[in-house]
Design a protein around this ligand. Structure first.
Ligand SMILES: C[S@@+](CC[C@H](N)C(=O)[O-])C[C@H]1O[C@@H](n2cnc3c(N)ncnc32)[C@H](O)[C@@H]1O
Length: 171
């Protein structure tokens, strides 16, 4: 039986929850820089991977479907796309990449039914790869995060809210 301990609270990755592909892709402009090594989990045929590659130092797009990766490589021969099961953590470690950002968009895990599996997976990636940020496409995770208020942690200041509003205005 798994036993939890304090290590699970030492994860430092910021988790950004997005709803829908437009929000998922909109994060790229704000979050990704030319210093980033990005791993996309669930890249399908590489549409978002291509957008990530325009800003990052390197992007590896991965998907469980060999058919998707084949089409992705045909459409984007410039991209590094590989077949990988997101749950095969040994294979993820064998990539031997110093990942700074993870983008995660897995079909079947974006709704409430998949929320516990998704949170467990996010924790695994945060622990194994230690990226500064994990961006997840999941409406359920975003909704759940909006319901959460960590006790004892101050709410965002008016200044932070103002900075966010300015950023939104730029889009
Ligand atoms: C909605 S599509 C991704 C779209 C893509 N991220 C984009 O922005 O264009 C979801 C993808 O998750 C992939 N997927 C589902 N389960 C997976 C798993 N266990 N490991 C890796 N990829 C998986 C599917 O093959 C599918 O291509």
């Amino acid at each position: 039986m798994a036993v939890t301990n304090d290590s699970q609270y030492k994860i430092a990755s910021k988790i950004v929850a997005t709803r829908g592909v437009r929000e998922y892709r909109a994060t790229i402009e704000d979050l990704v820089t030319d210093q980033d090594i990005v791993l996309e989990i669930g890249c399908e045929w590489g549409t978002t991977t291509e957008l990530l590659a325009e800003r990052a130092a390197h992007v590896l797009g991965t998907d469980i479907s060999a058919v998707c990766i084949e089409r992705g490589l045909a459409d984007h021969p410039n991209l590094d796309l590989r077949v990988l099961d997101a749950f095969d953590l040994n294979a993820v470690l064998r990539l031997n990449l110093r990942v700074t950002k993870v983008y995660m968009d897995l079909s079947g895990l974006s709704g409430y039914r998949g929320l516990l599996d998704l949170i467990a997976l996010i924790n695994n990636y945060a622990t194994l790869l230690r990226p500064d940020t994990i961006v997840v496409k999941s409406g359920a995770l975003k909704h759940f995060a909006q319901l959460c208020q960590p006790w004892g942690v101050p709410r965002r200041t008016p200044r932070q809210e103002e900075a966010d509003a300015t950023l939104r205005g730029r889009r």
